[in-house]
Design a protein around this ligand. Structure first.
Ligand code: GLN
Length: 183
């Protein structure tokens, strides 16, 4: 969360934290950060944010989800906890904790054509992965085994990894570009 705030701030954005429904009124874009997706789901419901968030995402609010945030944006989830719900918007099936115990956390250099050179250095932390994506989804990055780890659909951008942890700014710039295009 803090890393996202610092990075967006350094790129010129004014960042506020969304805690209550009213906080959604003034925002032009939303970051769904890492954390624990089942907890974020429970909190979103407890604070009556779930339905307003779904409505804003449907209405085309630019959203950037990292890790748990990617899970929340997926239309379908595998290996969620009992009763876990997502907000949806991204026509994908995501597997939670896709990398198992052996490789819970690792860094990787990914070639992402949409971002150009150099390759993207990113951190995976108990990361999810997309196992299936609908036709409207553009795949930005996949691992050699075919699992998708960065994707886009309309104003939604999602990464299984944390670019904010490695000083990689290009995803955040892309997210801010989406916001600029809309306003
Ligand atoms: N494993 C977490 C989840 O299920 C995601 C981890 C993360 O966001 N770094 O939500």
């Amino acid at each position: 969360m803090r890393e996202h705030e610092l990075m967006l701030g350094s790129l010129g954005a004014h960042v506020v934290r969304v805690r209550r429904v009213e906080d959604l009124d003034g925002i032009d874009g939303l970051v769904l950060p890492g954390g624990e997706s089942s907890t974020i789901d429970k909190l979103a419901r407890a604070f009556a944010l779930r339905e307003p968030l779904i409505a804003r995402i449907r209405a085309g609010l630019p959203v950037f989800g990292t890790c748990a945030g990617m899970i929340l944006l997926a239309d379908r989830i595998i290996d969620g906890i009992e009763g876990q719900q997502t907000l949806g918007g991204l026509d994908v099936t995501v597997r939670r904790n896709a990398f198992g115990r052996q490789s819970e956390s690792f860094e990787a250099d990914l070639d992402i054509a949409a971002l150009g050179r150099p390759p993207v250095r990113v951190a995976f932390i108990r990361a999810p992965a997309i196992e299936e994506a609908g036709a409207a989804v553009s795949v930005l990055a996949a691992l050699p085994d075919g699992r998708i780890v960065a994707a886009e659909q309309g104003a939604i951008l999602a990464t299984a990894f944390h670019p904010e942890q490695t000083g990689e700014t290009r995803f955040h710039e892309r997210f801010l570009d989406r916001i600029a295009q809309r306003s």
